[in-house]
Design a protein around this ligand. Structure first.
Ligand code: FPP
Length: 247
């Protein structure tokens, strides 16, 4: 999946590359419908696109990529689609893990393993374990993930561990989230035109730049990704303060 040489596109126009990019990969179903195909064909095409975008992250120098693969709300979809999606993820791990591991990708899981089929749970645990020492690209896979559930879970863990109220700071809270130890996303991309976060990285998104495009996820190729990175480079991030020019 990831080659040492890279090859998506040259990186020269990108002055400011976000360290951490998070993506809501939306539009697989609409992509399929447009072609008269079943929804799962859209998810398969989305998976192929993910390979290209992982490679593009390496080429462009993005260090952390977080993808929204399956939300805690996605269980309400028809059983056939849910089963197909989970089976697809299982096959992707079988097929791609070795390549990802050899190419320095560290896989992390964001979310709860609890409700997932046992064989998928063990494949995810294994993937996380064998790639833990890699540091070329961190790939966070949000799977059975909900942002509110993550926040509630963090609060519960802090209480269980007996933290005193004064110890519950923003820094402590961040450490108890699934993303503990990682910087917040700099850029959140959503494909397929919707303008909402849909319970994704609710805490971590506080100061992220948001980029939305009408392009469906399977068509969001490295060229489109590059456009998002260029747009990010043109933003002025203020984190609630004033830009330098207005001080
Ligand atoms: C949203 O499209 C996409 C998903 C709910 C699933 C995303 C999953 C993949 C791209 C599969 C690959 C993931 C891994 C980790 C291997 P949608 O179905 O909501 O599209 P629609 O809004 O057009 O119906």
């Amino acid at each position: 999946m990831v080659s040492a040489e890279g090859g998506s596109a040259p990186t020269n126009e990108l002055d400011t590359v976000p360290q951490h990019v998070a993506i809501i990969m939306d539009g697989n179903g609409r992509w399929a419908r447009q072609r008269g195909l079943p929804r799962l064909a859209g998810h398969r095409a989305g998976t192929e696109n993910l390979r290209r975008i992982i490679q593009a992250c390496v080429d462009f120098g993005v260090k952390i990529l977080t993808i929204y693969a399956f939300s805690t709300e996605n269980w309400t979809r028809p059983q056939e689609e849910v089963g197909g999606l989970l089976a697809l993820m299982s096959r992707v791990i079988d097929r791609e893990l070795d390549n990802l591991r050899k190419n320095g990708v560290q896989i992390r899981h964001l979310g709860s393993l609890d409700e997932l089929p046992p064989d998928l749970q063990s494949k995810i645990r294994h993937a996380v374990q064998v790639t833990a020492a890699n540091d070329r690209l961190v790939l966070n896979v949000a799977l059975n993930y909900g942002g509110r559930r993550e926040i509630v879970g963090a609060a519960q863990r802090m209480m269980r561990e007996g933290l005193a109220p004064e110890q519950v700071t923003e820094q402590t809270f961040s450490r108890y989230l699934y993303t503990g130890g990682l910087p917040d996303p700099d850029l959140i991309i959503r494909t397929a035109g919707e303008m909402r976060l849909s319970n994704f990285l609710v805490w971590q998104a506080a100061y992220a730049e948001f980029y939305a495009t009408p392009t469906y996820w399977p068509d969001f190729d490295p060229k489109e990704f590059r456009k998002a990175l260029v747009a990010y480079g043109q933003r002025t991030r203020k984190f609630g303060g004033l830009p330098d020019a207005d001080r």
